[in-house]
Design a protein around this ligand. Structure first.
Ligand code: GLV
Ligand code: MN
Ligand code: MN
Length: 431
């Protein structure tokens, strides 16, 4: 059997390229110091000062690497390395985070892509097509309930009316933030990327689940991405005195909310088997008014996230939750508003890219796993305009969206090396 390197040489691939691990890890650390908090947690909510600073640092790193940097109106960053002609290979992820998250969800894919592209630049190989390292704005839904904002705009998947119910905990509307950036209905098309200009999109990401570690695998090759349906449900009862209002005369919005929370768990559990669509359902945030010990809550607002790898199962559960919300409100003589935030279709990633990443792992004799992603990613949107592929690296104990999120640095570097080799092969195979 010829070695992988000999095979690459015969096919004209430059197979000698190796990422600079120290530089990759130093840059990842530099990003994670922005927004660092208690117990090593990281908070960089979209459009916060910390998130903006992380994007500024990325622009600096890309410029230092000699890439041509373009920032679109919403803040998506593209660091381009020219080469050959035709459409570019894009690779990236996001720098925004949840509240009290970890260092790696997103930045591994952004800095991993930057490291791959600058390694290729330094090698001075004759590059058959352009490459771009990308950072998308607002992948996380933690602030507005709206996920993959930047990549959705690039993929042309956002209409202004989709943003109507996207409001943060302080009541700031996403539409107003976008207006502040000069993004209005008329400017949405200018953020779109011409699909003909993208040869492929790749995203390196931590797994955020326990499978790779449990199966002792180094790399996950992602086949499909589960998609969320998100709703806000607002119960309006009657705020009143907690001492003087008899139990039978109350309209307690929080009790109505509590019944609905229990229903979300119950119905998601009933549909959690693989053959039923592997549904998961979460009420991740609740806002109560007035929210004091001696008043009956008059208003309770729930943020509900339902996901599945099949659209049908997800919609079945979402409809059941809506029906139960109306039933609870009717039983208790209250008002309920159901505000859809966004409903996404689960997507399949590109079969050719899955095979290519598999092949690279096989040639390197790396233990890998073919698997779906339960978490959402920018690749979900980019798959709508270009062949998209994802590479996962293991998450310690499967924990993510938590300060305990961790991936061994050697495994991050290995993932970035696989990303580099995948980019090179796509570039050369298409030439
Ligand atoms: C992104 O991390 C998500 O919420 O799936
Ligand atoms: Mn995340
Ligand atoms: Mn992420």
């Amino acid at each position: 059997m010829p070695s992988a390197r000999a095979k690459d040489k015969a096919r004209g691939f430059p197979s000698h390229l190796t990422i600079n691990k120290e530089r990759l890890l130093a840059d990842l650390n530099a990003i994670s110091r922005i927004g660092i908090g208690d117990r090593g947690s990281v908070t960089r909510l979209v459009f916060s000062v910390t998130e903006l600073r992380s994007r500024q640092l990325l622009v600096h790193l890309m410029t230092q690497a000699g890439l041509k940097v373009q920032v679109d109106r919403i803040g998506n960053i593209f660091g381009r390395l020219e080469g050959g002609g035709g459409p570019a290979v894009l690779a990236g992820s996001h720098l925004d985070s949840v509240v009290h998250g970890g260092k790696f969800d997103g930045p591994v894919g952004v800095i991993g892509a930057l490291e791959a592209v600058r390694t290729i630049k330094e090698s001075a190989i004759a590059l058959p097509c352009p490459l771009e390292a990308v950072c998308f704005v607002g992948e996380e839904s933690s602030r507005f309930g709206f996920s993959t904002l930047g990549s959705s705009l690039v993929a042309g998947q956002v209409r202004m009316k989709d943003l109507t119910n996207a409001v943060d905990a302080r009541g700031t509307k996403l539409e107003d933030v976008l207006a502040g950036l000069g993004v209005y209905r008329d400017s949405l098309p200018s953020l779109r990327r011409d699909p003909k200009s993208v040869r492929a999109y790749l995203e390196l990401h931590i797994e955020q689940g326990p499978v790779l570690e449990a199966k002792k695998k180094k790399i996950g090759v992602v086949t499909a991405i589960a998609a969320p349906t998100r709703l806000r449900v607002v119960f309006t009862g009657q705020a009143d005195h907690s001492g003087t209002t008899p139990m039978e005369m109350r309209k307690d919005a929080l009790v109505a909310a509590a019944l609905l929370i229990a229903h979300v768990e119950e119905t998601a559990r009933e549909n959690s088997a693989v053959e039923k669509g592997r549904v998961v359902g979460t009420v991740g945030a609740i806002k109560i008014d007035p929210g004091v010990i001696n008043a009956i809550p008059g208003k309770a607002e729930l943020s509900i996230d339902i996901r599945s790898i099949t659209a049908k199962a997800k919609e079945r559960v979402a409809r059941a939750v809506e029906a139960r919300a109306k039933e609870i409100a009717a039983d208790r003589g209250m008002k309920v508003e159901i505000l859809p935030i966004r409903s996404e279709e689960p997507v399949d990633l590109d079969a050719g890219l899955i095979r290519l990443i598999e092949e690279i792992c096989e040639e390197k004799k790396l233990p890998y796993e073919i698997m779906p992603s339960g978490a959402g990613h920018d690749a979900m949107q980019m798959a709508k305009i270009a062949p998209a592929g994802m590479i996962f690296v293991p998450s310690k104990k499967g924990i993510s969206h938590s300060p305990l999120e961790w991936t061994d640095p050697d495994e991050i570097c290995l993932g970035a090396q696989i990303l580099l080799e995948t980019i090179v092969r796509i570039a050369y195979e298409a030439s």
